[in-house]
Design a protein around this ligand. Sequence first.
Ligand code: UDP
Ligand code: MG
Length: 358
Amino acid sequence: MNDLPHSRTTPDTASTLPVAQPAALLPLREPLRLSCVVPAYNEAGHLEDFLRALNHTVQGLALDWEIVLVNDGSKDATHDIALKMAQELPLRYVELSRNFGKEAAMSAGLDHARGNAVLLIDADFQHPLAMVAEMVQLWNSGYDMIYGVIADRAAESPLKRWGTNVFYYLMNKGNAVQIPANAGDFRLMDRKVVDALRQLPEHNRFMKGLYAWVGFKSVALPFVPEERKSGTSAFSTRKLATLAMQGLTSFTTLPLKVWSFIGACVSVVALVYGVYITIESIIFDNNVDGWPTLAAGLMLFSGVQLMSIGILGEYIGRIYEEVKRRPLYIVAHDEDCSPLTPRNPPSSSDAARDQTPR
Ligand code: UDP
Ligand code: MG
């Protein structure tokens, strides 16, 4: 566990975070039946330890619980370890047919979770297990979504921190739905939040945006991520940049508006310059000057046009992905050793959904 108290007074987050209300004012919950959704991609090095530690943590907190482990096409021994652990722990093991990415793996986990609350947690010990008790306490007192916010990014490179800040600035600029900065996937969600997330039809599942979009009574808990237990992060700088682009283009049209604005400014400047050249050639009879300006202008505006076409292409690509309506993931293996039973008999729409994984 980190040294940071979960006081919600961390400097860079304190001003924006909602503050927990007294428990007495909020509705009481039914007994907690918790689904812990764990996406795993090449986590064999510490998976057994992690599942045991998670199980141990949850034991005292919930009446019933299950661990929904989603193997996102791992190439190491994750599959064998999962099957072994399914003999010992209340595990629902879902193996995807290939690596679909973390967002899809989490969606698979949410689709298979049966609890009245769901904990989303990484398999690499970076999300402190010691925080789960406080999350459950806040859920019991009436909060629907309790999410971890990274309070200290000092360990990251200045470039990554700068990139993160720019990303959140662009995301939230002029966007009706504000995405809390530095909030990750480590969160406890009530069943109604999970059902709301599952209702969203889009294929581009930028989860940080979707959590914010569904709303509900939420509270943030600052934390400092632990060291990864073993292995390396699956998110390289390139992958992070791709994810950021996906987030921006699926949640805001600001990049399109920026190019309209730049286009308008350039047009005004060009018009003024055109008038100036005309006057100059009439008064001073000067027709030869201005080649460097012309060449530089041509190159600049070609660049601007290519960039704006590129941005348009990003959006068209997103639309193309959406209209194909391919499933979001494909399940290759489903080992059900969960003690939790579905809370309600599945509706006809749920049945149809089970046959056609999104
Ligand atoms: N993960 C996944 N599919 C992927 C990449 C990652 O399921 O394609 C899982 C991974 O096993 C871990 C979590 O997502 O449980 C976070 O991944 P990672 O630790 O690599 O990311 P970081 O902590 O650096 O953001
Ligand atoms: Mg990690």
